[in-house]
Structures are given as structure tokens and as C-alpha cells.
Design a protein around this ligand. Structure first.
Ligand code: HSE
Length: 313
């Protein structure tokens, strides 16, 4: 039977994971958008409906349609039908948990399924990254890769993009606080220095290596000890109220560690089980209750599947 319509779950993601600026990422399970793609008799890509957020309806400006158009361009023969995209946006844009990446990754995954899977999930990553280019000016893959592949990923090469799938630590949960302040990815990138201190660089790449080793060894203590960022976080954390306090209190409540999620303002922490992640969420809420900043706290296990099909017909 020929597929006409597909509904998918496009997950939120945590990019950087402290030490891996622009290269490490992981996929979340209980935070994400729903998207519906349907074939249309007219060729091309159009945005049918966006619910939940104000985002561009112009297909040349919307991340989801830009990503699908990049994919269609790469086909030897374009299909004789088009696509209509409906987005039910639950991930707030500018929150730091891969809102645009979910749109790009979800759209290319769904369109690929409707076309009978001409591309593998790995081959879809550069198309979804074109959506990121539309969103923040650069085709960064550290959110789109885990959104498509699930689990933990490492962007090994950027041109052309090559991504490695990493193992996850058993039972890992994330607790994330999203303070509702806007920090645009472009601004949080602009404030970063263009050169790094060699001593900081040495500490940083040691931690990236150690974190990946910890994932392979299922070593909670080493994982916790590697969640440090000497290069980016010192500059960005100044933009996030109560950042240090959130991390310290989360660790006191049993978290393994944490950092800035993507380019912020969300702060992530990891815990070795759900109970600890829930305790961490209470502690973090207590800190933000004493500010006048609205916030949301999420607890999610690591999603090892990535974007997934909810319905198809
Ligand atoms: N890694 C990016 C940054 C955000 O920290 O600016 C997500 O792509």
C-alpha cells in the first residue's frame, strides 16, 4: 500500500553535553513535537499548519520545509507529488533543547518514509542540518544527529558531516530546567572567543575522550567527572540566572553533573535513575521559585530510538 500520510514524534535533544561543543549530543524521550506530513498532488513543499508557536509559514524560511527541500534536491529524480507539513510545536524555540533540530529532523524523516526510504537515517543528517543553517546560520549537526539516531552521538566530521553513534549509560535520566528567558543561538555563539587557551583545550579534549570512554564502559563516576566545560560555559553561564546554584544543588541532590543545554538558556543534569532525577527536579524548582523568572522543568530518560512513527496511512 502506498503511504499518503505519516504522523511522527520529533524529540528534543541536548547538544554539547558540557565538554563537546558542537560535536556531542543526546536524545530525549518525553519532550518533543508531533508532525504530520502528507503527500500533495502539487509538487514542492508547503507548510499547512503550525500549532503552538509562531513560526514562518514561508517554506523558504521554515526549518522543516528547508530541510525537506534540501533532501528533494539531492534525489536524482524528484517525486511527482509534493508535501504538506503540519507542525504541533511543543519544544519552545530558543530554549536550548533542539527545537529547530526537531523540526528539521522530523520533517526529513517523515518525508523519507513517505517516499519509501531512499535515504538511510545517517544520510538524512546533512539535510536536517540545512534546516539548522536556516535557523542559526550554520549547518550544525549536534542536535539533528541525536534527534534522528537516538542515544548519544558524536559529530566526527563536519564537511561532509559524519556522525558516530555512541552507547548510552544504563538507566540514565535527564532533568532539564528551561528558564523562560530568550537567548538566541546566534547571540550565544557571537559572545564566544575565537581562540582558546591551550591549557583549557588540553583539559577539554581529555574530558571529551573520558566521557566517551565512560559511555562505553558504563562508568557513572567517570561520566560524572567528565561533565565539565572549560571553554564555552564560562562565557555563556553569565547569561543564565542561578546557573552555578542549579548545578551545585543538583549534584547535592544526587545528580551526576550537568551544564548548559545546547546554547542555553536550559540547564541539563543527568541522574542514574528516575527517582534521583525527580529529586533533582524538586531541588531545581526550589531555586527558581525564588526568582521572578517563569520556568519549566522536565524529566526524561534517554531516548535510544530518536524520531519515531506514531501513525501512517
Ligand atoms: N552546539 C550549538 C551551540 C548549539 O552550543 O552553540 C546546538 O547546535
Amino acid at each position: 500500500m502506498e503511504l499518503r500520510e505519516i504522523e511522527i514524534f520529533a524529540p528534543a535533544t541536548i547538544a554539547n553535553i558540557s565538554c563537546g561543543f558542537d560535536v556531542l549530543g543526546c536524545c530525549l524521550d518525553s519532550i518533543g513535537d508531533t508532525m504530520i506530513l502528507r503527500k500533495t498532488s502539487e509538487t514542492g513543499v508547503r507548510i499547512g499548519k503550525i500549532i503552538g508557536e509562531e513560526l514562518p509559514m514561508d517554506p523558504k524560511k521554515n526549518v522543516a520545509s528547508v530541510a525537506v527541500m534540501a533532501m528533494l534536491k539531492a534525489l536524482k529524480v524528484e517525486p511527482n507529488y509534493g508535501f504538506e507539513i503540519e507542525i504541533h510545536k511543543n519544544i519552545k524555540p530558543g530554549s536550548g533543547v533542539g527545537s529547530s533540530a526537531a523540526s528539521g529532523a522530523g520533517a526529513v524523516f517523515a518525508a523519507n518514509e513517505l517516499m519509501g526510504k531512499p535515504f538511510s537515517k545517517h544520510e538524512l543528517i546533512p539535510f536536517a542540518a540545512e534546516g539548522e543553517r536556516a535557523a542559526c546560520g550554520a549547518p550544525i549537526a549536534d542536535n539533528v544527529a541525536p534527534a534522528l539516531l537516538g542515544g548519544f552521538t558524536l559529530v566526527k566530521e563536519t564537511d561532509p558531516i559524519k556522525v558516530l553513534e555512541l552507547p548510552s549509560i544504563n538507566g540514565l535520566y535527564a532533568t532539564i530546567i528551561h528558564p523562560q528567558i530568550e537567548i538566541k543561538t546566534s547571540i550565544s555563539r557571537d559572545i564566544l572567543p575565537q581562540t582558546v587557551n591551550i591549557n583549557d583545550a588540553v583539559k577539554q579534549w581529555a574530558n571529551v575522550g573520558a566521557l566517551i570512554h565512560a559511555l562505553h564502559m558504563n562508568d557513572h563516576a567517570l561520566f560524572a567527572d567528565s561533565l565539565k566545560d572549560y571553554i564555552v560555559e564560562p562565557h555563556r553561564s553569565k547569561l543564565i540566572p542561578k546557573f552555578e546554584q542549579v548545578i551545585k544543588s543538583a549534584i547535592n541532590a544526587g545528580a551526576l553533573g550537568g551544564g548548559i543545554s545546547g546554547s542555553g538558556p536550559s540547564i541539563f543534569t543527568f541522574s542514574k535513575n528516575l527517582e534521583t532525577a525527580e529529586n533533582v527536579s524538586l531541588t531545581i524548582k526550589d531555586i527558581y521559585k525564588n526568582t521572578n523568572i517563569p520556568y519549566h522543568v522536565y524529566v526524561s530518560k534517554i531516548n535510544d530510538q530518536g524520531v519515531k512513527i506514531l501513525k501512517q496511512s
